[in-house]
Design a protein around this ligand. Structure first.
Ligand SMILES: [Zn+2]
Length: 159
């Protein structure tokens, strides 16, 4: 897939992040793409639902419930921020073929951790990072500013 395609679909994920923010949630967004088409989208819903696991990637992955295994393997996840351990695990168990993210998450991003794991590392599909990085990093920083109790060292853990 070409860089322009990655950017086009990352723009779709960014639109989801902005919609999350407009709705009162942290600006994280994700879309799932198969054969050049967005087949599902998700945005963070943590604040408005009170569900702390309401991450954008999870919202999008729920939409694959009727999609067969071969089609899932042809599906790419676009996420504005490097997926956390929960979302990356969900993407692996779903059997996605590729993961593309906008900006690394130095606090919660799980790609390096999974890569080093003997099983999850073997399951990890192609991962592409840094697509529209500046735009996605600006969104990530806005989300961090909104996170109650967040500091650079505690990763947002409430005390
Ligand atoms: Zn997540």
């Amino acid at each position: 897939m070409q860089k322009a395609d990655h950017e086009r679909f990352m723009h779709a994920a960014i639109r989801e992040a902005l919609a999350a923010e407009m709705g009162g949630n942290p600006p994280f967004g994700a879309v799932l793409v198969r054969k050049g088409r967005v087949i599902a989208s998700g945005r963070n819903t943590k604040t408005t639902t009170g569900r702390r696991i309401g991450h954008a990637e999870i919202q999008a992955l729920w939409e694959l419930r009727d999609v067969g295994r071969a089609a899932r393997a042809e599906t790419t996840l676009y996420a504005t921020v490097e997926p956390c351990a929960m979302c990356l695990g969900a993407a692996l168990f779903t059997g996605l073929g590729r993961i593309v993210y906008g900006t690394p998450d130095p606090l919660g991003g799980a790609v390096a951790m999974f890569s080093a794991h003997p099983v999850y590392g073997a399951w990890l599909p192609e991962v592409v990072g840094g697509v529209l990085k500046a735009e996605c990093e600006a969104l990530r920083l806005r989300a961090m500013e909104q996170a109650e109790g967040w500091t650079e060292t505690n990763g947002g853990r409430e005390t």
